[in-house]
Design a protein around this ligand. Structure first.
Ligand SMILES: C[C@@H](c1ccc(Cl)cc1)n1cnc(-c2ccccc2)c1-c1c(C(=O)NCCN2CCN(C3CCCCC3)CC2)[nH]c2cc(Cl)ccc12
Length: 100
């Protein structure tokens, strides 16, 4: 997912810098570099969940992350992809704005 879209000076894609524990998770899912758009972070977290098989095969909207770095970051042992709030709360705590 290479989103180095070219922009005029006025438009900027907002990039953020994940803190180290989140960056490690993104790198496990194949992320390169240190700043990302939120869309990229969400993409890599989805890949990470699939890669580590954290979703329930029967109920595929359920993610069981106890004992995983993702669970430590979220402070939860499970969550449903239908309620994104715990994930976005975690992202707010684990990224810093990156002036591009
Ligand atoms: C709407 C979106 C979403 C996006 C953000 C949030 Cl906070 C919740 C929900 N979404 C809907 N289902 C999923 C999902 C479900 C199970 C396993 C992996 C992802 C996702 C998530 C994506 C994603 O980028 N999704 C697009 C393609 N996904 C479809 C689901 N596909 C899987 C479905 C289960 C079987 C394996 C493939 C993977 C590709 N990124 C996420 C990151 C996290 Cl921390 C949590 C969930 C997701």
């Amino acid at each position: 997912l290479h989103e180095k879209a070219c922009r005029t000076s006025s438009e900027r894609i907002t990039q953020v810098r994940p803190k180290l524990p989140l960056l490690r998770i993104l790198q496990t899912a194949g992320a390169q570099g240190e700043t990302f758009t939120l869309k990229q972070i969400i993409h890599y977290l989805g890949e990470y969940i699939v890669l580590k098989q954290l979703y329930d095969k029967e109920e595929q909207h359920m993610v069981y992350c106890e004992g995983d770095q993702l669970g430590d970051l979220l402070g939860r042992e499970s969550f449903s992809v239908r309620d994104p709030s715990p994930v976005y709360d975690m992202l707010k705590r684990n990224v810093t704005p990156a002036s591009v």
